[in-house]
Design a protein around this ligand. Structure first.
Ligand SMILES: [Zn+2]
Length: 408
């Protein structure tokens, strides 16, 4: 395939996770007897620009269906994170009632609601109708479309250039990266700033977070690559923060190259140098990842299957996309893991793709006392262990498996 950024032919594999269904394609009971589409989930790395990217060019409308079930507001931790962000940028960039804040992939308005509370005008861009409707219900203006150059031209014509553009966990989902960033160049006011949050590739590799790879993601970013991407399109990264979210994320601050109001902080140089020291621009950095994934899979299977043989009741908690990657890579089905408890009403009474494990509500615990609960969204491990502390009454084991098997 050709690199999605620099167009060079690439053939170095970071990891091959086999054929898997789209992670968020939850099934209804009547889907279980139908054929399921799976796609090869193989991640490559370009040895020219070092963009880590998936092999398969999946069409947007196949992935973000009307039934797309990721509602940000369900996680309390994520809401807290979002509120703190709004406080911070409102002060730092002196946002007020004359500013315009635009969020791309604004989901259910989990973040923009805090700008609205402060009477700062905001606009959400969210292609998934079901989630956008929840945002509209909160009184937030929404455009139900994918973002790109065409939409940016239209918004500019309508006088909707932005003082702050936010993209949280969206860059990885963008198939046409260059088109997207060209759109940003058009939409951002000359004095405006942008922030983007995305899982940090360095953390993904160092902490062996291979389950954060799924079809909905087209790319995985190092800070090195992100700086080069924005530079190529006439922007400059002027600050960066390292966050704990999603197993280790970056929040980068970006401005037009011509804008001299925002000085470049030393955080940028420090992180860039640290990545270069680790060999981020050398192909050797990217090899050996597959073996790490196999090791995690084997150790987890040895544990879970031996417990199953002893007659233990095993369930999972949190029907997150990363759980599907992991369960499918391990080849586990509903004969090993009985069900997955999830607090999102939209996911309940559905089935995980491929493994066909039923998703149930917390009411499950009224009549069942499982011996083992596997926590699939390990990025919310502490929050979930806290939520499930009542299961300690009967000595239930709470298990995570990344970066290594851990039994709490
Ligand atoms: Zn490339």
């Amino acid at each position: 395939m050709r690199c999605r950024f620099c167009s060079k032919t690439i053939d170095t594999t970071l990891i091959d996770l086999g054929h898997t269904a789209v992670s968020n394609a939850f099934l209804n009971a009547n889907d279980l007897n139908k054929a399921e589409t799976t796609y090869p989930l193989k991640v490559l790395v370009c040895d020219n620009c070092f963009l880590v990217q998936v092999d398969e060019f999946q069409k947007n409308n196949e992935i973000f269906t009307e039934d797309y079930v990721y509602f940000s507001s369900v996680s309390e931790g994520w809401l807290k994170h979002s509120k703190a962000y709004v406080e911070k940028v409102t002060n730092r960039f002196a946002l007020n009632k004359n500013s315009l804040v635009t969020e791309i992939a604004s989901n259910d308005g989990y973040l923009l609601q805090y700008f609205k509370e402060k009477n700062i005008p905001c606009l959400g861009i969210e292609p998934t109708n079901s989630t956008a409707q929840l945002s509209i219900a909160k009184g937030i203006e929404n455009i139900i479309e994918f973002f790109g150059e065409d939409l940016a031209i239209r918004l500019k014509k309508e006088g909707k250039q932005s003082d702050l553009i936010i993209g949280n966990n969206v860059l990885a989902h963008v198939p046409e990266l260059n088109n997207f960033v060209r759109g940003l160049k058009i939409l951002l006011k000359p004095s405006g700033v942008m922030t983007f949050e995305f899982p940090h590739l360095i953390k993904l590799i160092e902490k062996k977070e291979f389950d954060t790879i799924y079809h909905e993601h087209f790319s995985y970013f190092s800070f090195y690559f992100i700086c080069n991407l924005f530079k190529f399109h006439g922007f400059e990264v002027f600050d960066v923060e390292q966050l704990e979210t999603h197993g280790g994320s970056l929040r980068v601050y970006v401005k037009h190259k011509e804008n001299e109001q925002q000085p470049i902080t030393e955080n940028v140089t420090i992180l860039l140098n640290s990545e270069l020291q680790k060999g981020i621009n050398k192909i050797n950095f990217y090899t050996g990842f597959q073996e790490k994934a196999i090791d995690i899979k084997n150790k987890f299977l040895l544990y879970i299957l031996s417990e199953k043989q002893k007659g233990k009741q095993i369930i999972a908690f949190g029907a997150a996309a990363k759980g599907n990657t992991f369960l499918n890579y391990c080849g586990l089905k509903n004969d090993t893991i009985k069900c997955v408890v999830d607090d999102t009403p939209y996911k309940q009474n559905k089935f995980l793709p491929q493994s066909h494990i039923p998703v149930v509500s917390r009411e499950y615990f009224n009549n069942h006392k499982p011996d083992i609960i596997i926590i699939l969204p390990w990025n919310f491990k502490n929050e979930i262990i806290n939520k499930l502390s009542f299961t300690k009454e009967w000595g239930c084991q709470l298990v995570t498996y990344i970066p290594e098997l851990e039994i709490n």
